[in-house]
Write a protein that binds this ligand. Structure first.
Ligand code: SF4
Ligand code: SF4
Length: 173
């Protein structure tokens, strides 16, 4: 695939279109991608960084804060817009390669298509989702905790970006 085509297709459309494209790429190239050492290493590194970030979020009690917020009628921040605009087919392909059963689990037209009953189903999340720090979280966290959170989400985002570049390089062959 040409670089322009990858960018023009993987980053366009709604969540359903991006998922369909990711599934097509997985069907065509999944086995080769799973055997690619650089991609395997990148996925392994990303998994470790997801765990490190999860641990930091648990230390900050974010699960409880977000559950309480999301349970309110006007609460939560995983909107349809997020699912459509901030995801892309390469990220969904990455999740597939990481073993996530990626599907559209929410179709209420209000919340993100990837928001399951127990939260986001994606292991590797879009940039905006990883960077988002709402007022409620900021108000409850110390400056040191925010720095740690940003360092850990930044490390994961870097790993995801590197994986994305590996996938683009692979698809260009
Ligand atoms: S990140 Fe903030 S707005 Fe989003 S669910 Fe958690 S507390 Fe609510
Ligand atoms: S965190 Fe997951 S469920 Fe929430 S908006 Fe992002 S992709 Fe969707």
């Amino acid at each position: 695939m040409k670089y322009q085509k990858i960018i023009a297709t993987c980053f366009c459309g709604d969540a359903a279109a991006k998922l369909k494209l990711a599934e097509g790429l997985a069907e065509s190239y999944g086995k080769d991608l799973e055997q690619n050492d650089s991609i395997k290493d990148g996925l392994a590194k990303a998994r470790i960084l997801v765990s490190t970030l999860d641990a930091q979020m648990a230390d900050m009690d974010m699960g409880r804060i977000c559950s309480g917020c999301a349970a309110r009628v006007d609460g939560g921040c995983c909107s349809t817009y997020m699912g459509n605009e901030n995801n892309d087919a390469l990220l969904l392909l990455m999740n597939h390669l990481a073993g996530v059963e990626v599907s559209l689990v929410c179709d209420n037209g209000v919340e993100c298509s990837f928001l399951g009953k127990k939260g986001c189903i994606l292991l590797l999340k879009p940039i905006f989702c990883l960077n988002y720090l709402c007022k409620q979280i900021r108000a409850r966290a110390s400056a040191e905790e925010i720095i740690l959170l940003e360092q850990k989400s930044g490390a994961l985002l870097t790993a995801q970006y590197q994986l994305e570049q590996l996938l683009i390089g692979f698809l260009q062959r």
